[in-house]
Design a protein around this ligand. Structure first.
Ligand code: HEC
Ligand code: HEC
Length: 465
């Protein structure tokens, strides 16, 4: 800057001072309004959008993959991609310490390095283009962060990973270099160099976005946590009811009412207390119940369910089951109205039940606990429509339209004999279902076992006007 320019700038500054724009209170006032706006926006977001909860922490779960907060994701993706570079990728501190420090240092030194007297954006092309490319690469790295940086069996990068490497490292790196070279040439080329800088930044931004979208399209879906998370009491109760049906019904019955275990290998005929009795609820706190479920009662024959003890349930899931038990069997606990939903839909007059709406829910509640893989059930699995209508040890359990289908006879309490002359007990072995549910099964089989509600509706007699 020469003396002439300095004077001009100083004069301009004096004029601005005269006009009366002061740091205090004018500038601060503007800042205050903007930060107030942001603050309100945060409160609104937290109130109406929020972030989803994760399941309760489970110290015994070694498969948990911690994920950084979203605003750090770009850095983690950068690290993951950097790690794939041959040779250099092994020297981790370059990416974890050196490069981030260099960027921060650059920011701090920027006012000293960039002594450009002009503030107008057309005169600050280098700073603006570099910043723009930087922001775009932060955004695109974040977009790609959920997709794995994968190698195939031979250790080669997969196609999506190649796209990530190009869009996440190669293009931004090459762009910074080009921008700097063009800046060095600016003295000679003048306006042409500035136009070239803008062009380069724009093209590479478009390429980066394009590649990020391509990665999202060609990558396999990112893994999401499989266990469901409940926030409200109603949701906890509903999830707990489902989990109870699957894990506890086989021994304790659909409603905790069983006093003699029936149909469970190794515990046949064992007498137990009905767990739906209020006394048991009075004498056991939620914590004790959760512990019983987690550790089981191995000496009495109840297996442990907690993951830490060899079972399949995490702490949240156990909590949901306890919620279900407490609000079902403790007469002091009253379930809020919105949670008191029965999980099995009633039939409207003339309606024909369908697998999706009625039978799946019935099966989950009364049968699945035993009729899933790994249990004794004459190889009759009931986890899907295809399995239910398929074959088991003694032929198809149901035949469309046949009121004497094996399953229908069993659920009506009529014991049968199998091919070898051994008895097949009534189903469920411990206690028959409510008659209205038995009717539902019958109606379903007699009408040809429609899968979807849509299928069932085409069968239904059209209601007379
Ligand atoms: C393989 C059979 C089996 C399964 C499955 C099972 N239990 Fe048990 N449970 C038992 C036996 C046996 C006892 C001992 C009862 C007794 O001796 O009176 C028991 C006892 C209990 C008790 C304690 C009763 C008391 O007297 O204090 C509770 C509560 C309980 N079970 C809850 C559950 C829950 C909840 C589940 C599902 C997560 C479950 N059980 C799954 C077999 C089982
Ligand atoms: C407590 C565990 C248990 C429950 C709950 C249960 N089952 Fe079973 N089921 C068995 C066992 C064990 C067998 C093998 C026969 C036997 O031991 O009596 C079986 C066999 C069957 C068979 C005969 C399959 C064949 O080819 O021999 C049918 C059909 C059946 N169950 C239907 C049902 C239905 C429908 C429900 C729900 C309404 C149900 N079961 C609930 C344990 C159970």
């Amino acid at each position: 800057m020469n003396e002439e320019q300095k004077k001009a700038v100083l004069a301009k500054y004096q004029r601005a001072l005269q006009k009366g724009e002061r740091f205090w209170p004018d500038s601060l006032y503007k800042d205050l309004i903007v930060s107030m706006g942001l603050f309100l926006l945060l409160i609104l977001l937290a109130t109406f959008v929020g972030i989803p909860n994760e399941p309760k922490a489970d110290p015994s779960d070694s498969s948990y993959i911690p994920k950084p907060e979203w605003y750090f994701l770009f850095l983690f993706k950068f690290l993951a991609l950097y790690g794939q570079i041959p040779l250099l990728g092994k020297i981790e501190w370059i990416a974890t310490v050196l490069i981030p420090s260099a960027v921060i240092l650059g920011m701090i030194l920027l006012p000293f390095l960039d002594q450009n007297p002009y503030r107008h954006y057309t005169r600050r092309v280098l700073a603006l283009t570099i910043m723009a490319v930087f922001v775009v690469s932060m955004i695109t790295l974040t977009m790609m962060a959920d997709y794995p940086t994968a190698v195939d069996e031979q250790g080669h990068l997969t196609l999506p990973t190649w796209l990530q490497m190009i869009g996440g490292l190669l293009i931004p790196g090459a762009t910074y270099l080009t921008l700097l070279v063009l800046a060095a040439l600016a003295k000679k080329l003048g306006a042409a160099a500035r136009r070239a800088q803008i062009g380069v930044a724009a093209i590479s931004s478009v390429l980066m976005f394009g590649l990020a979208i391509a990665v999202m399209l060609v990558s396999p879906r990112p893994v999401v946590a499989e266990s469901e998370v409940a926030d409200t009491l109603a949701e906890k109760f509903a999830l707990g009811a489902d989990l109870y049906s699957i894990y506890c019904t086989e021994c304790h019955g659909a409603d905790g009412e069983v006093t003699v275990i029936t149909g469970v290998e190794g515990l046949e005929g064992r007498e137990i207390v009905a767990i739906n009795n209020p006394d048991l609820m009075y004498t056991n706190s939620d914590e004790t119940l959760a512990n019983i479920i987690a550790y089981g009662l191995p000496s009495l024959g109840m297996p442990p369910f907690g993951k830490a003890y060899g079972g399949e349930l995490g702490p949240s899931e156990i909590e949901y089951i306890v919620t279900f038990m407490r609000y079902s069997w403790d007469d002091r606990a009253e379930l809020p109205a919105d949670a008191a939903i029965s999980s099995i839909p009633e039939l409207a007059p003339g309606e024909i039940p369908s697998y999706e709406v009625h039978i799946a829910a019935l099966t989950k509640r009364y049968c699945l606990s035993c009729h899933r893989p790994g249990k004794e059930n004459n190889n009759y699995l009931m986890t899907s429509y295809e399995e239910i209508i398929g074959m088991s040890d003694n032929g198809p359990a149901i035949v469309a339209g046949d009121p004497n289908s094996l399953l229908l006879l069993l659920i009506q309490g009529q014991e049968q004999t199998d091919k070898n002359g051994d008895p097949i007990r009534a189903m469920p072995p411990n206690k028959l279902m409510d008659p209205k549910y038995i009717e539902m099964w019958k109606l379903w089989v007699l009408n040809g076992m429609p899968k979807t509600a849509e299928d069932a509706r085409t069968l239904s007699p059209t209601p007379s006007p």
